[in-house]
Design a protein around this ligand. Structure first.
Ligand code: IMP
Length: 403
């Protein structure tokens, strides 16, 4: 069975887009299985920057791309994204799960309302209605694509949601939603059945997560998390395929750490060095444009990500950016109550972080090799490729990923 599941090892924005784009050429199908338009997978093709929000970042590489049922869909945004992406690939094959839940304008409004209620304790969400869309799914008043049978039923679903949220909607909104649905209807199908049959017939599939391990709803830095399963465990519920289909996992980590929104960040940097790294790495949110918080690479965090996701391989991105910093540090352990601890605890800020220092590598390779050597020694997982620039082919591959 040729499947590979790809996850982010930090707080999202690890540069997964570029790695997915690269790997997807070797897979018949690329599947997205969680999150919504909060994600932004960036791929630079020639001089054009493509930002995937809902469509899998394997769009240009794989023959078929699938949006599985774990993804929550803003239909208007999906329609626009398909229109935009059609410029880059004429004959694409897209399949969207009929069981996917829809993000409506009521969810957008509720997202803003809840953030306002939280005041100083806000999560810093992307305000794309993601949390509320999963909330309505689990509350059993969500709307799935399969529910778009006719206008009257759709209006009934929206009416219940509107009563629960005490947020009104008007008739024009129902018409607009119905029209947007019509434009994506031809892609909607039972994707679980398609994937199961295809993989059983010998097709290969790459499964991509959105967001990162430590903003997973259960395994992350709760409550400063997103509302979906971003870890490798999410691939089964997100696709509907049984766990027997998955046995190889690759994690993507940035050579340093970034975070958007609030929550624990043990290796966070401040001041001039932080500003320099943010500028060099263009660390501003793909979806919201917000400046990202930046910090050193955190091996206790990656160690937990390796274990949580059963990682076989690691891909490291933006090593070129980090190499330009004059002082490079890597967190190797934490201290809690005077005791040294090797693994990140998402519910507790460490009292102290212990670092190892590195010399900058610029364009030279030996210091970079030392940096990668430390990561591999500490985590016992091979770094199989590194990202060395913005463009899609700026990747150095050390080892072929076998599935
Ligand atoms: P939400 O997913 O919009 O509800 O946001 C919840 C938290 O997850 C916020 O801190 C967001 O900044 C963060 N978040 C959501 N999606 C991403 C992502 O793709 N990259 C990085 N952070 C994200």
């Amino acid at each position: 069975m040729e499947t590979l599941t790809l996850v982010g090892c930090q707080f999202g924005d690890e540069g997964k887009g570029k790695i997915i784009d690269y790997l997807s050429k070797d897979f018949d199908i690329t599947v997205r299985f969680n999150g919504g338009e909060n994600a932004g997978h960036t791929v630079v093709v020639d001089d054009q920057t493509i930002k995937y929000h809902l469509i899998p970042a394997g769009f240009l590489g794989s023959k078929t791309v699938v949006v599985a049922k774990g993804v929550v869909i803003n239909i208007k945004r999906m329609r626009e994204e398909i229109e935009f992406l059609s410029k880059f690939r004429k004959n694409f094959d897209l399949k969207v799960s009929d069981l996917s839940h829809v993000v409506t304008e009521l969810h957008f409004k509720r997202d803003s309302e809840i953030e306002q209620m939280r005041g100083a304790g806000k999560i810093g969400t992307t305000l794309k209605g993601i949390g509320p869309a999963y909330e309505s799914k689990f509350g059993r008043y969500g709307i799935r694509l399969v529910d778009f049978t006719n206008r009257t039923d759709l209006k009934d679903h929206l009416t219940l949601m509107s009563q629960i949220y005490r947020i009104p909607f008007d008739d024009g909104y129902v018409d607009g939603l119905m029209a947007d649905y019509e434009s994506i209807k031809k892609y909607v199908c039972d994707t679980r059945e398609y994937l199961e049959d295809s993989i059983n017939d010998g097709k290969s599939a790459l499964f991509e997560t959105a967001n990162g391990t430590f903003i997973d709803i259960d395994s992350g830095t709760y409550p400063y998390v997103t509302s979906s399963y971003t870890t490798s465990a999410g691939v089964t519920v997100g696709t509907g395929l049984s766990p027997r289909y998955f046995n190889k996992f690759i994690g993507v980590a940035k050579a340093y750490t970034t975070r958007v929104g609030e929550g624990i960040f043990p290796t966070e940097m401040f001041g001039e060095d932080a500003d320099k790294l943010r500028t060099l790495g263009n660390e501003f949110g793909t979806t919201t444009g917000r400046p990202r918080r930046v910090g050193h690479l955190d091996l206790p965090m990656l160690r937990r990500a390796v274990r949580l996701n059963s990682l076989d391989y690691l891909a490291l991105t933006k090593v070129d950016i980090l190499g330009k910093m004059s002082s490079i540090k890597v967190a190797v352990s934490y201290e809690y109550d005077g005791k040294e601890v090797k693994e990140f605890n998402p519910s507790r800020k460490p009292d102290k972080v212990n670092y190892e220092n590195f010399n900058k590598w610029g364009t030279g390779k030996s210091n970079l090799r030392d940096y990668i050597g430390l990561i591999e020694d500490e985590l016992k997982v091979p770094v199989v490729m590194v990202g060395i620039g913005e463009k899609r082919d700026a990747i150095e591959v050390y080892q072929r990923v076998s599935v």
